[in-house]
Design a protein. Structure first.
Lengths: 114, 118
């Protein structure tokens, strides 16, 4: 089946620390991979995506590389800011019968302290 | 361009009451989705639609009904609300096949509706 597993939170870091949020997946077929971010009281926003193996998605200093050999899509940022505090969701999308179904991880809450 | 909007933002219901959540998108997207978000469980798909006049069940459809009479609107109905339906509900939309390989297409989310059933 298809599923996404991401590290449990919360993750608490000091400003300017290095961030890694682990994400692994299982999929039948060739998924596209996404990271979404949810700020308090808001809906999910796309942070970055990768559509094939070895692709690197990047946005706002965040990066993630589609690793088919390890079925992973870990999110990284070199220096976090207080404004990065949010919940991060890893997701995969599979096309099936002309429909792209999304599978979301359970989310990882990030708290960044000044 | 408002993107995806949802009404209402908050609602409190008593057990057994009914209500309809409205989702609207102005991006001419083919696909629309309703999710619920519960603590520690991520997002679970309730129902979805691949075009005007079509709907289909997702992972957790029981207790909900949907309609897509117009391409831009996707309604979620609760006929007889139960406390187990207390949740945050998110609507989303995506391009669908018209945007190329559908798996590449991101979903755009609304701001959510926080529903409490007493």
């Amino acid at each position: 089946g298809n599923s996404v597993t991401q590290m449990e939170g919360p993750v608490t870091l000091s400003e300017e620390a290095f961030l890694t949020i682990n994400c692994t997946y299982t999929a039948t077929g060739y998924p596209s991979l996404f990271w979404y971010v949810q700020y308090p009281g808001e809906g999910l926003q796309l942070l970055l995506k990768a559509t094939k193996a070895d692709d690197k998605g990047s946005n706002k200093g965040f990066e993630a590389t589609y690793r088919k050999e390890t079925t992973s899509f870990h999110l990284e940022k070199g220096s976090v800011q207080v404004s990065d505090s949010a919940v991060y969701f890893c997701a995969l999308s599979i096309s099936r019968y002309n429909f792209n179904k999304f599978y979301f991880g359970s989310g990882t809450k990030l708290n960044v302290k000044p | 361009n408002a993107g995806v909007t949802q009404t209402p933002k908050f609602r409190v219901l008593k057990t057994g009451q009914s209500m309809t959540l409205l989702c609207a998108q102005d991006m001419n997207h083919e696909y629309m989705y309703w999710y619920r978000q519960d603590p520690g469980m991520g997002l679970r798909l309730i129902h979805y639609s691949v075009g005007e006049g079509t709907t289909a069940k997702g992972e957790v459809p029981d207790g909900y009904n949907v309609s897509r009479l117009k391409k831009q609107n996707f309604l979620l109905g609760l006929e007889s609300a139960a406390p187990s339906q207390t949740s945050v509900y998110f609507c989303a939309s995506s391009l669908g096949l018209a945007g190329g390989k559908s798996s590449y297409n991101e979903q755009f989310f609304g701001p959510g509706t926080r529903l409490t059933v007493l």
